[in-house]
Design a protein around this ligand. Structure first.
Ligand SMILES: [Mg+2]
Length: 229
């Protein structure tokens, strides 16, 4: 049994900025500020981390958890329409086929390790028909810090595989933050260079392996074998 924990944005899909637009609308509605996401680098950050950063940098407020949750609830009110109408939305190369193959049989258990809150993850993956592949995950609604999200995903995976000792637990993500979080949570990390970071960037960040994308399924499967030993 191999447990694979996928990041979402930049790894499985690109939302074409839908998440940023929905969050901008939430801040506009609740706090009256335009362009909340301008100058904010969201790569590899969790939803609650991004919201906190906007509060601190744009509003000079140290937000309470209740304030962060309120913004994220408002964000969800806008997200579905933004995702459905997003021209730049795409499923990244090879992802659909890889998930189809990996979800057959019982060798792999597929989960998510994402900074998205759970409902946001569902909305973003549903448009591409990918939500159905994932039976569990760790989300930005479980914790605000990425490595704790990974740990939560691992915990849930181990509950599901109680009688089956995994020979690999692997995070698959597109940013150094995914790599660091995986290692801090005690599991391996595979980098995919499908967004801002190159294969070299991801290896330099400590990735156990890195690929340009998941289009070469054979190579991906071989790496999974190699990482298991
Ligand atoms: Mg990502």
């Amino acid at each position: 049994m191999k447990i694979l924990l996928f990041d979402i944005d930049g790894t499985l899909i690109l939302s074409g900025g839908a998440g940023s637009r929905a969050l901008t609308k939430a801040f506009q509605k609740l706090y009256g500020i335009p362009n909340a996401m301008d100058g904010i680098d969201a790569h590899g950050k969790t939803d609650p981390e991004i919201v906190r950063e906007i509060f601190e940098r744009k509003l000079s407020i140290q937000p309470s958890n209740a304030q962060i949750e309120e913004v994220l609830r408002e964000y969800l009110n806008h997200l579905e329409a933004e995702v459905v109408n997003s021209e730049g939305y795409k499923v990244l190369p090879g992802v659909k086929k890889a998930l189809d193959v990996l979800s057959r049989g019982s060798e792999y258990l597929l989960g998510l390790a994402t900074g998205n809150i759970r409902e946001g993850a569902r909305i973003k993956l549903s448009r591409g028909g990918l939500w159905k592949y994932f039976r569990f995950g760790g989300f930005g609604s479980d914790a605000s810090v990425r490595w704790q999200i990974v740990r939560k995903a691992v915990e849930r995976a181990l509950q599901m595989t109680e009688f089956d000792d995994p020979d690999l637990i692997l995070v698959i993500g597109d940013t150094p933050r995914d790599i660091w979080a995986a290692h801090r949570a005690g599991v391996k990390a595979l980098g995919v260079a499908t967004s801002k970071f190159s294969v070299d960037d991801l290896l330099e960040a400590g990735a156990d392996a890195a690929l340009e994308n998941l289009a070469d399924l054979q190579r991906f499967l071989e790496l999974l074998e190699k990482l298991s030993s």
